[in-house]
Ligand binder design. Structure first.
Ligand code: DQA
Length: 147
């Protein structure tokens, strides 16, 4: 089964972001890690990144049409993009929000997620392992749905 893993703005430049917050991973290493973790859960991973809200919304529409499960790190869009929230609401298969950092332990503007209310669950604060934990949770969700 294919899982779409979507990443929002600035995540492709992970190596240039605050290492105290995001750790040592660069985006290609994160992608390799997620692909490997996906394989362990029996998933084929299609991981994408965009700095552009419209592109991410297009990918969410595609996932809704194909009933593809989604793991999404909306990055800064998490905190204010009602259009990404509305697109997430249209998804037909499970959807999990992930964050590398724990936004609740950071600046106040990061304490609000406009996406959290329309996903199955959120995993944050475990670096690259947030994605791995999300894949484990996705496997459990899908197995329960198909039982
Ligand atoms: C992030 C947290 C967001 O607040 C931030 O804007 C990001 C990354 C994370 O993965 O920790 O770009 O989503």
């Amino acid at each position: 089964m294919r899982i779409l893993v979507l990443n929002g703005p600035n995540l492709k430049r992970l190596d240039l972001r605050d290492k105290n917050v995001y750790g040592e991973f660069d985006y290609p290493s994160l992608e390799r890690f997620v692909l490997e973790a996906g394989k362990s859960e029996g998933f084929e991973i299609d991981m994408r990144q965009s700095d552009d809200e419209a592109t991410i919304i297009g990918w969410l529409h595609e996932a809704a049409d194909k009933k593809t499960p989604v793991i999404i790190n909306p990055a800064a869009f998490t905190h204010y993009s009602y259009s990404i929230r509305d697109a997430v609401m249209m998804l037909k298969a499970p959807v999990i929000e992930v964050h590398l950092s724990n936004p609740l332990s950071r600046e106040e503007f990061r304490h609000t997620s406009v996406v959290s209310g329309v996903v199955n669950g959120t995993i944050a604060g475990f670096g690259a392992n947030s994605y791995r934990l999300a894949l484990i949770a996705m496997r459990a969700l899908i197995t329960n749905l198909t039982k």
